[in-house]
Design a protein around this ligand. Structure first.
Ligand code: NAD
Ligand code: TYD
Length: 369
């Protein structure tokens, strides 16, 4: 069967971590592709992450990239963009994405992840009718499957069992996307991937938070005993996977995407510490960054372990992760060291106020919950 060729893409959430990396990947890998980036620019969305993309590919460059400020839940805005740009492919990253925030305030998660996805699906259904030469790709998470014990891995057939408001809202959105395929024939594909890491990740998630706290000599908050296990996927591997599924994935099908990077949290934190030390950047007052590790109160409903069985995407589409965790993590530490200006820019706004209101500047310490 000939592969689908995405030409005019609407990427939602492209000012965020994965969406921005995906825009870079697509523009570099496929010279025929044009991209509209629809993003609300919440605390997690920063145009600073795409300044060079705008310069090279924006209206003053080769005009293959266009930023559109807006909410996925704004039906008129989305419908207008689909029509004005002749969109044939939607790649849906926009979401509220941080589990800890979802525990503190779940409502935005339902509004954006559930209602926003519904409105986006409806706008596509209305714009595309029964066309088959279009795609709606939904980006989701392995967290919809719930928590594993020490053994086993999630397959695409694992029953949904989400624990947090975040994962429950993503699970809802996955169900809506599949329902729009079964009920209305919308040509959808879905990916559920493990924890991403790499450049441009907002410094509230474990890896960038720990890197910056090391550089700034602040406590490194490890929830519980640090024994919880995550599978780490380099964002470039993830972008290649989404690209592959768009082109060759079977319509109506879900593909799990994993990084072969299962690691307990404490080990990840230690690896970061050792890398910062090796770069000669150990902060004053400690012999090594490991001295900053601080065990704090556990996250409520904290899933113990995630692991992904990605045999489907490997056997059907020939995708496998290429970035080794130790090497990818080392590069990520170096990226944050080299981009302190970006870190300052993205932390200067609403995020900082929200975070400091919640936690002061102590990190999430025992007794806060
Ligand atoms: P992120 O928080 O870095 O970025 C989210 C982006 O969406 C931001 O640019 C934000 O401004 C935008 N946004 C939020 N609400 C919006 C709205 N209503 N309308 C338009 N734009 C809006 O997120 P991320 O880490 O890049 O994650 C992207 C997607 O991948 C999400 O759907 C997330 O659930 C999924 N995912 C992430 C991971 C991970 O490890 N980061 C793992 C699995 C799945
Ligand atoms: P996180 O990056 O928030 O991703 P997710 O919750 O989606 O997996 O957290 C990754 C793991 O690290 C998770 O088990 C919670 C833990 N964690 C800490 O121990 N300390 C922290 O400061 C953060 C943010 C997370």
């Amino acid at each position: 069967m000939p592969e689908f060729e995405p030409r005019r893409l609407l990427v939602t959430g492209g000012a965020g971590f994965i969406g921005g990396n995906f825009i870079r990947h697509m523009l570099a890998a496929h010279p025929d592709v044009r991209i509209v980036n629809l993003d609300l620019l919440t605390y997690a969305g920063n145009l600073a992450s795409l300044a060079d993309v705008e310069a090279t590919h924006g209206p003053r460059g080769d005009n293959r990239y266009h930023f559109l400020h807006g909410d996925i839940a704004d039906f008129g805005r989305v419908a207008g963009a689909l029509a004005a740009h002749g969109i044939d492919t939607v790649v849906h990253f926009a979401a509220e994405s941080h589990v800890d925030r979802s525990i503190l305030g779940p409502e935005p998660f339902v509004i954006t992840n559930v209602l926003g996805t519904l409105r986006l699906l409806e706008a596509c259904r209305q714009a595309w009718g029964d066309r088959g030469d279009v795609r709606f790709h939904h980006v989701s998470t392995d967290e919809v499957y719930g928590s594993l014990g020490p053994e086993g891995a999630f397959t695409e057939e694992t029953a949904y069992d989400p624990s947090s408001p975040y994962s429950a809202s993503k699970a809802s959105s996955d169900h809506l996307v599949r329902a729009w395929h079964r009920t209305y024939g919308l040509p959808v594909t879905v990916t559920n991937c493990s924890n991403n890491y790499g450049p441009y990740q907002f410094p509230e998630k474990l890896i960038p938070l720990v890197i910056l706290n090391c550089l700034e000599g602040k406590p490194l908050p490890v929830y519980g005993r640090g024994a919880n296990v995550r599978d780490w996927l380099h964002v470039e591997d993830h972008c290649r996977a989404v690209d592959r599924v768009l082109r060759a994935g079977r319509v109506g099908t879900t593909y799990n995407v994993g990084g072969e990077g299962e690691t307990p949290n404490l080990r990840i934190v230690e690896m970061i510490c050792d890398r910062v030390d090796a770069l000669g950047l150990t902060p004053a007052g400690v012999a090594s960054c490991r001295g900053l590790i601080t065990f704090v109160a556990d996250r409520p409903g904290h899933d113990f372990r995630y692991a992904i069985d990605f045999r489907r995407i490997r056997s059907e589409l020939g995708w496998a992760p290429a970035v080794d965790l130790a090497e990818g993590l080392g590069r990520t530490v170096e990226w944050y060291v080299a981009h302190r200006d970006w870190c300052a820019a993205v932390r200067s706004g609403e995020y900082r106020r929200y975070y400091e209101e919640q936690y002061g500047n102590r990190g999430i310490m025992s007794g806060d919950r």
